[in-house]
Design a protein around this ligand. Sequence first.
Ligand code: PHE
Length: 352
Amino acid sequence: MEDALNGLKLAVDSALESAKTDMEVEAIEIKYLGRKGELTAMLKNLTNVPAADRPVYGAMANGIKRQMETAISAKRRILSVVKMANLADTERVDVTEPGERPPEGHLHVTTQAINELTTIFEKIGFTRTRYPEVDWDWYAFEALNMPADHPARDEWETFFMDAPGSKKGRMVLTPHTSNGQIHELEKGDLPIRMINIAKCYRRQIDATHIPMFHQIEGLYVDRNVSITHLRGVLDYFAKAFFGPDRVTRLRPFHFRFTEPSFEIDISCGVCGGTGINTERQKCRVCKRGWVELGGAGMVHPNVFKACNVDPKKWSGLAFGWGVERTFMMKSGLQIDDIRTLYKNDLRFLKQF
Ligand code: PHE
């Protein structure tokens, strides 16, 4: 019995000696001191020892048990000290290793287009200004030579604000950026070379219209401004924005706030000016190879008068078109539905 107990103690000691982890120590503890452990079994066997010898062996077995317990907890302490000492190595972060790039966003295509338009016009001396996108009727229509109830207003599909009116009429969500012309002229600081890029709202939605979109408005007022200047500005813009392969044409048109007025057309970038798309069907974007860029003309004398500017001394040209539409008309972009721009599908947006 005594030999067997000492043998167990030796076995525990050597097992502990080679143990390297807490798990291994735990396994040793279970193997010898656990409920079904070897020492436990031996203690149970004391019943087979003659009654007179039991106290001696019992004391001996308990002594061995305590020695084992002490050895096990000593080993545990050693292992934890070693673990702490090695922490600097095992938990080390190599800051010189190449890192992982966090995902990076970029500006929305419309913002990119706005920036590009701004830069193009800044190069010929136009300054970007800001005017309200919720404005009085006076600025959106009345001062632009469109009196109340004039049928021309119908073309602007306007959203009205549910707000009290004023001397300047009702409040509207700006249906075009031409309100900027009036604000600018009212300041009376002439000559003027401004662009106004802002949000516009109209009650329309299909492949070429969305209820919220952006327009760019240009206004140039000086002495002796003529249609020649207008053509020059538009040609410069078409070359700078679309590239040399796109062509423009001016069609006589009617706007209440310009006289004469034109519609500016540009050859379609989706079908290449043919009017037929890649599926050999009618191009969804253009009319027979031409897309409307927007409107333009010479500032109407009534507009000058409404803003206390003398039409005999000053003359001006104005133009305006949609930012999104303009962007879609760029060469090589096969975007045939304007709504795609605002669907927030990253697979689409990431391409620009
Ligand atoms: N405001 C006009 C529109 O929304 C465009 C335009 C601007 C026409 C300036 C003439 C001069 O259709």
